[in-house]
Write a new protein. Sequence first.
Length: 281
Amino acid sequence: MLGNDGTRAHMGVMDPAMEVFDRHAVRRHRDRAARSVTDVADVLRDAATRLLDRLDDTTHRFARALDVGGRGVVAPLLRARGIDVVSCDLSPAMAALNGGVAVAADEEFLPFAPDSFDLVVASLSLHWVNDLPGALIQLRRALCAGGLLLASLPALGTLAELRRALTEAEAALTGGAAPRVSPYADLRDCAALLQRAGFALPVADVDELRLLYADPFAVLRDLRSAGETNALRERDRRVPPRELFPAALAALPEQDRRVAVTLRLAVLTGWAGDTRRTPAC
């Protein structure tokens, strides 16, 4: 069921044929990763710090923030800025890592009342959502007039080296290739998504992180630790060929005798209501 503005009503269910991601798998992966996410905290904190640096570009001062899927790194950074924080995550175990007020909540069916926050931060947390436009509309509603959305999500080009290596290795071994890396948004579409969701002054730009690994298998371990393993609805559930991952990892490009992996992040900013006003909640 669709609301008047195109969002899915809470009593409705998305047509499974339209779902790209298996949300049950996403939650299982994040539940499991709650035990190991500290192993990748430095990378997550780097991405979150870069995102929150955008707050220094505005004269607005924010008091009440919603942290969406921050995996225990965003909420402390916001509190260090003197901002009260409510955190939410699809995984109850992951939500509990944030400290303070935290709730288990589905990003596609957020439980927050309109005008609840003057800042929403979603650092690397919206890319497993099937209805991203609907989720953005709900986040905009949760903001009071003059509130700000800061979000980052992997953009097209993220893990391109790994995607290419897996596809080529599997094609060589089996004659075909199953989807093993999530599809990512095109940067050109991101600002349009914000505009469609009703945000004012929508901006989308790119920030790039290049990670170097002495041990190629650490790439896969880090993805697992972050809860970023394959949750595509049409993923191949068969056990992959034993040779697949060693062959693919051996083909990754090197820099300074280390394998290189790129995280290309789309950074989104948008305002709720009149941007000339101090947040009204």
